[in-house]
Each structure stands twice: as C-alpha cells, then as structure tokens.
Design a protein around this ligand. Structure first.
Ligand SMILES: NC(=O)C1=CN([C@@H]2O[C@H](COP(=O)(O)OP(=O)(O)OC[C@H]3O[C@@H](n4cnc5c(N)ncnc54)[C@H](OP(=O)(O)O)[C@@H]3O)[C@@H](O)[C@H]2O)C=CC1
Ligand SMILES: O=C(O)[C@@H]1CCC=N1
Length: 271
C-alpha cells in the first residue's frame, strides 16, 4: 500500500550512494514506479536513468516522501535542495547516522513531519532491519507510511526514544559489516587449516547464511541452537573454548565493537 501511495505522489531521494541504492533497488524490485522517484546526487550511477528514475530533475510539487541518504558531514551542503518541501505534507525520512531530528527541524521547520531511521544494507535483498522514530509533527499515518515503506525491504522496529538510535546504529546499522568480517575471518582460518581459498569462502558464506536463517526461524534461543551443535568433548566444544574465553573471546570483543560504534554515533550528533 505504501509503495502504491509513493508511486502516486512521488519519492525524492537525496543521495543515492550505497545505502540509498540498497533501499531504492529493494523498493523498485517490489513495485515502486521508477518514474515516481527523483534522485538528487552529484554523481548518479548510470543504472538510475536506465531504470527510468528521474535524475537531478526538478522536485515534484507534493511528494509523499523526501528521503535523506547523504553522509552526516554533507547535510549542510545537501539539505537546502529539499527546503521547498518543508512544513508541508511531505514526510521526511532520514537514514543518516548521528544526525538528530532537531537538525532537520531547524532546516525544514518544526511543522515538518520527520522520521529518523536506521536501516542496514541487506534491505537491497528485502532482508534489512530498520529502527525508526518520529518527531512531534509526525502523525500516526506518517509513522505508518514510513513503517510500511521500510517494511517493504525488511523488518521494522519502532523506538521509544531518539537516543536509542545510537545503540541501534552500533548493533544493526553497522552490524552487517561485522558479519562480513566474520565471514572473511572464518574463510581465512579455513585456508590456514589447508583449505583452498574458494572452498573456504564458500563454506564460510554458506555457514553464516544457514546459521542466520536457522536462528531467525527457530523457536529456540541462539544459545540452544549453539548447544545443539556442541557434542560433549567434541570439535565444537574445543572451538568454543577459545571463542567463549571470558577475557580474550568474542563477547568482550563484540561489546567493545558495539560500544565504539555507538560512541561514534553520539559523537557525530555533536558535530
Ligand atoms: N552504508 C550503510 O550501511 C548505512 C548507511 N547509513 C547512512 O546512510 C547515509 C548514506 O551512507 P552511504 O550510502 O553509506 O554513503 P555514500 O557516500 O555511499 O552515499 C552518499 C551519497 O550522497 C551523495 N552526495 C554527496 N553530496 C550530496 C549532495 N549535496 N546532494 C545529494 N547527494 C550528495 C554522494 O555522492 P558522492 O559519492 O559523489 O559524494 C553519495 O552518492 C549516511 O548518512 C549513513 O550514515 C545508514 C545505515 C546503513
Ligand atoms: O558507518 C556508518 O557510519 C554508517 C552508519 C551505519 C552503517 N554505516
């Protein structure tokens, strides 16, 4: 339904880099009309015009959505292009890390409905997860529209407070990169144990894919699924003794990783 409304009224995408592309590809594949999309980007990729998307064209009069997908550091340069849509019916949806709602209200007016969200790149294949929260001007139907749009490319959670988004960024916004690195490390470790590089990578990718799908679909908690792999005094137990070491294992490492990303999100918000 959201994609129908957006196809009718239009969507402006400010910044079409890695994350903007992931979302847009997800929406186009799920039925968003390419001609309803206006991309504003200084170096747009060729596929956009080829797909029928309007590129660096005039703003539509009353688009349903103005999506902000530029780097936090580019906001000052980029936001004026959307000025004309402020304080109107257009719902602004930001995906930018570390950019508070207050900054958008300052740019576009406090009557502007704004949703701040944090998606992740698996949205490109409909497997993203996005957390979102609206400002005071965002009415129930605005939040529903944002949620439906984001739900077209994965799952959506609504936050209670804006400051939760820093930790969300540290966990799920940045999280795909941690998992990709896990794949890299698993493959490299396989190579170190004598496997050919292609085989090690194939095994690592398939293992993460399969374990992720199993965890997502199972009624059991991940700890139970882990136990199911672990035979007493077997190979997994030997491996986990290293990975679950209290001081040097994965838990403290991941805790520090998420803490650093969360701290960086807060830092970005303070300029
Ligand atoms: N990548 C990710 O996994 C995620 C990113 N985000 C957020 O999404 C936003 C975009 O990140 P990401 O896609 O990775 O970054 P990218 O650099 O890949 O994309 C940003 C795009 O904006 C363009 N741009 C720069 N200046 C302007 C301008 N004045 N007007 C319009 N477009 C402009 C850039 O063009 P050029 O390259 O030519 O400068 C680029 O194409 C960030 O705020 C980030 O925090 C959120 C969740 C996940
Ligand atoms: O690295 C970043 O700052 C962005 C936000 C979450 C993922 N990428």
């Amino acid at each position: 339904m959201a994609l129908e409304e957006v196809s009718r009224r239009g969507l402006v995408l400010l910044g079409c880099g890695r994350m903007g592309t992931a979302l847009l590809k997800g929406w186009l594949e799920r039925g968003l009309a390419p001609g309803a999309v206006t991309v504003l980007d200084p170096a747009p990729a060729d596929w956009l015009a080829e797909a029928g998307v309007r590129v660096n064209a005039a703003l539509p009069a009353d688009p349903a959505i103005a999506m902000i997908a530029v780097k936090p550091q580019m906001m000052g340069d980029a936001l004026p292009a959307l000025q004309a849509l402020g304080n109107g019916r257009t719902l602004f949806v930001s995906i930018a890390a570390g950019t508070p709602i207050a900054q958008f209200e300052e740019s576009f007016g406090s009557e502007t409905p704004i949703v701040r969200s944090m998606p992740n790149t698996p949205a490109a294949i409909g497997k993203g997860v996005t957390a979102m929260i609206g400002n005071d001007a965002a009415r129930a139907q605005d939040l529903d529209l944002a949620e439906e749009l984001l739900a077209a490319v994965g799952s959506v959670v609504r936050l209670e407070r804006e400051d939760q988004i820093d930790a969300v960024t540290g966990v799920s916004g940045s999280g795909p990169a941690y998992v990709f690195y896990m794949i890299e490390c698993l493959a490299a470790a396989g190579e170190a144990q004598g496997l050919a590089p292609d085989l090690a990578l194939e095994l690592a990718k398939a293992t993460v894919e399969g374990a992720g799908a199993l965890a997502a679909g199972a009624a059991e908690r991940p700890a139970t699924l882990r136990d199911n792999v672990t035979s007493p005094n077997g190979t997994t137990q030997a491996g986990l003794a290293v990975l679950m070491d209290e001081g040097a294992g994965l838990a403290p490492l991941i805790a520090r990783t998420v803490e650093a990303a969360t701290a960086r999100s807060k830092e970005l918000a303070n300029g």
